[in-house]
Design a protein around this ligand. Sequence first.
Ligand SMILES: [Zn+2]
Length: 159
Amino acid sequence: MNRLQASMRDRASNNAREKRYFYKVGGPFKACRNCGTTTVDESGRVRYTSGFQVFRAYDPSWLGYTWHCYTCGAMDLACWAPDSAGMVEAELGHPPSRIPTPLRAKAKYELRKKLVALNGPSETAANEKKRLAGERARQIEELEAQLAKLETMAKGARV
Ligand SMILES: [Zn+2]
């Protein structure tokens, strides 16, 4: 392994580890309140042009913050502006109420797996049992026929 490969591997493992603890929420619609710059677009709405590196923690009680800006280091309400409905304050210090996309796919997969375990196997197992029973009956019939044949042959030989 050369130096470039080693550094790429480090970067990949760092990224993977980070993604387990937080996910990116910053973007043009909402970004860091502290270091982000805003403009007003032609329809009169506020849009951010910088400060996109805002991350949301999966488990704030463990990490110690809910929102965190990677660029300036601002945390929580200093970083993520509260909204008029109070949703940001309500979420502060709690795990995300809406499951983020990568976890949603996983949750869906697990639900589907459970569903298959509930319905699928029992039905297919019953079908398999029926099929095996039919095959066994056919084998028994075959063996009985062979036995009868052998018995007649034995009788013929004795006579
Ligand atoms: Zn910032």
